[in-house]
Design a protein. Structure first.
Length: 248
């Protein structure tokens, strides 16, 4: 059996006396899209921040997180990135006054600093995935549409050639047609071999894109299984897909 890219075991996260995650566990395999769906406030972003090593100082964590079989306990954010982990945060955090191309180059800074001669070669891969970014490469990032900013945030993360790409609510604030395009690209990302952990409130789009899925509710993983199986689960349909089903 191959070593999972990401293994999270019995993860507890607390802010003071309030526990936000109660023993969450999940696995992401190589070249796999795994999604975690759930309502607002369920603990999805908290889980991603814990995995990335980006919990605020007020947060405490227990449990085991391993990347490619290596325990990440006590490993700082920068070292996690160096080992192949990238998080695209919900707010995207682009440099608005810098060009699209310069934002992308920042994503490969660690590889440049490490004197990898081909650090800029990944740009061609990103432009193939996101032709619109090639068209806009001289534009300031702040002038892009919401969908284009999301593409740039994902493209910048890919410049680091990650083993694991974590996406926090990539559809947030985007028009339905743009959401469809973003998820089409997420599925295409599998062809690059990267493992993807997708946290998303848009359950329908997430389940259509993913191989495996988890449902997180008030800090507890309440369901897991193949994404197609969860998409047909009565509880998931009632809670997360019902309105969309009626509207469709």
């Amino acid at each position: 059996m191959t070593t999972p890219v990401l293994q999270v075991t019995d993860l507890h996260v607390a802010y003071g006396k309030v526990e936000a995650l109660h023993g969450a566990s999940l696995t992401v395999g190589a070249g796999q899209i795994v999604t975690v769906i759930g309502p607002n406030g369920a603990g999805k972003s908290t889980m991603l921040n814990a995995i990335a090593g980006a919990l605020p100082n007020s947060g405490t964590m227990q449990g085991r997180i391993s990347l490619l079989g290596h325990d990440l306990d006590g490993v700082p954010i920068e070292a996690r990135v160096a080992r192949g982990m990238c998080l695209v945060p919900e707010k995207r955090e682009l440099f608005a006054s810098m060009s699209v191309e310069d934002n992308l180059l920042l994503g490969s800074y660690r590889r440049y600093k490490g004197r990898e001669k081909d650090y800029a070669d990944q740009m061609a891969v990103v432009y193939d995935l996101f032709p619109r970014l090639r068209e806009r490469r001289r534009q300031e990032a702040g002038t892009l549409s919401g969908g284009e900013r999301q593409m740039l945030a994902v493209g910048r993360a890919l410049m680091a050639k990650p083993q694991l790409l974590m996406l926090d609510e990539p559809s947030l604030g985007l028009a339905p047609l743009v959401v469809k395009e973003i998820f089409h690209i997420i599925v295409r990302l599998k062809q690059t071999g990267v493992a993807i952990l997708l946290v998303e409130q848009n359950a329908r789009a997430a389940l259509q894109a993913a191989d495996h899925a988890y449902v997180l509710e008030t800090g507890d993983m309440v369901l897991e299984g193949p994404a197609t199986q969860l998409a047909n689960d009565p509880k998931v349909i009632d809670t997360y897909l019902g309105l969309a089903k009626k509207a469709g």
